[in-house]
Design a protein around this ligand. Sequence first.
Ligand code: ADP
Ligand code: ADP
Length: 219
Amino acid sequence: MLNIAHVDKTYRNGTVALHNVSLAVNEGEIVAVVGGSGCGKSTLLRLISGLDQVSTGTITVEGVKVDQPSALVGLVFQEPRLLSWLTVAENIAFGIRHLPKAEREQRVRTLLEDVRLPEYGDRWPKELSGGQAQRVAIARALAAEPDVLLLDEPFSALDAFTRAELQDHLIYLWERHRRTFLIVTHDIEEAVTLADRVVVMKPHPGRIEAELPVDLPRP
Ligand code: ADP
Ligand code: ADP
């Protein structure tokens, strides 16, 4: 599904952000990437999402090389980054404007139900709580039905209660959509709670130090 093969990333200033990173993620698998600051987690997500290019090696999704942003990969950031001048429904529909109106509206309705905000389509982003806004951001990322959903510290800006709630939502969404999820987190407990497999990264240069299977039931 997602295949990362012998990837190196050296920035123009000479920083080796990633060295010889290889990782294969199966369809429908949830993988958590953990590691301290500077070990290349954000760089890795930027490369997989096509926002930046590898120096050497290859990254493919379903056999298709990703070297620019595409509908194959959805992205959720630490902050929701909703567009304030669009309603919740319009935000979710933003990446699928090319679809016929009926199909677009059906998808938006389904996603609003999936993130348990069925009545919120006509609201504005500023009317939402932090947890609700992040649920909308996840719905928006799923709208184009990406093969892989990347989540970059998606819950670390939320309080502990909301974080636990959103973790439950994420599992529910995964059960509904069965996409491949790759979640970057500082929170080892979150990694173990959510993921089938935990990938541990180390810095200088950024690399994968270990891969650990998780054999725990999900919440
Ligand atoms: P993490 O997300 O794990 O904190 P990053 O991917 O942000 O790690 O950074 C990995 C390394 O690459 C760090 O040494 C960082 O300073 C460096 N780095 C990140 N972005 C750039 C950039 N645009 N130019 C130069 N160096 C960068
Ligand atoms: P349009 O002019 O195409 O109807 P809008 O700007 O009204 O576009 O909305 C953009 C898209 O957002 C809609 O096509 C639809 O997919 C979605 N949308 C807007 N409001 C709602 C809503 N209340 N429920 C479901 N989907 C909505």
